[in-house]
Write a protein that binds this ligand. Structure first.
Ligand code: TIU
Length: 227
């Protein structure tokens, strides 16, 4: 059973049973005012465009019976897993671990750390808590995928050039094929978003493939009808 998704630089073929959707860091801390993203000087409203497309690919992946995994970036309350080089970013008083309107910034268990309500994980969908940008670094993601025989990843979330890109690079080196869903990703810098996507599909797909939520939904819908 193979679906084919129209993508750049070439069509992306997959077996839904061996594919997973990974939704990266769609957390209040990045998407809502008063969190980590805003503390770094960003306009968080720029990420809102990814919410609808993420919802659409989540629905398509669930209907196709694909594995769905969510990630959250954040740290232990005692900051023991947070490197000083990361904590020392942004203005003092608004750094990782400092108090904010949604609780302590980028700390696990705080309101700001959780995934936005619109994209809440369903029961049974793993949520990976990651201390770094990449979803593979210091997490259970790789064995989780290997145990299920997953070889292809759909990647969505924020931000395109930071956590999405790092995760795709990590996945590429580990032998996973990645399809990045362009409109289901977003950046505080639209030009970085565009260039990050080009970097993935350039050179014959040096890091992976790039498509969009409409093309993914169309292919998964066909797959659902054929199954
Ligand atoms: N700052 C920024 O663009 N991103 C992050 O810090 N983390 C993620 O991308 N999730």
């Amino acid at each position: 059973m193979t679906a084919v998704i129209d993508a750049d630089p070439a069509p992306f073929a997959l077996d839904p049973a061996r594919s997973a959707l990974v939704v990266i860091d769609m957390q209040r801390d990045f998407l809502e005012p008063g969190g980590f993203g805003e503390s770094l000087g960003n306009d968080v409203s720029l990420l809102a465009s990814a919410i609808g497309p993420c919802g659409a690919v989540l629905a398509g992946a669930r209907a196709a019976g694909m594995m769905v995994i969510h990630t959250r970036e954040g740290h232990r309350a005692d900051l023991s897993d947070a490197p000083p080089a990361k904590v020392e970013r942004g203005p003092p008083g608004q750094r990782i671990g400092d108090p904010g309107p949604m609780g302590r910034i980028l700390i696990r268990g705080e309101a700001g750390h959780d995934i936005i309500d619109a994209l809440a994980p369903l029961p049974g969908e793993p949520v990976i808590d990651k201390p770094g940008k990449g979803a593979f670094y210091a997490t259970e993601l790789e064995p989780m995928l290997r145990h299920r025989g997953i070889e292809a990843l759909f990647v969505a979330g924020v931000t395109t050039e930071v956590c999405v890109h790092t995760t795709v690079r990590e996945a590429n080196d580990r032998g996973f094929r990645c399809l990045v869903i362009a409109d289901a990703c977003a950046s505080y810098f639209p030009e970085f978003h565009a260039m990050a996507l080009r970097m993935i599909s350039a050179q014959g797909g040096i890091f992976g493939w790039v498509s969009d939520s409409a093309r993914v939904a169309a292919a998964l819908h066909q797959e659902g009808k054929a199954a």
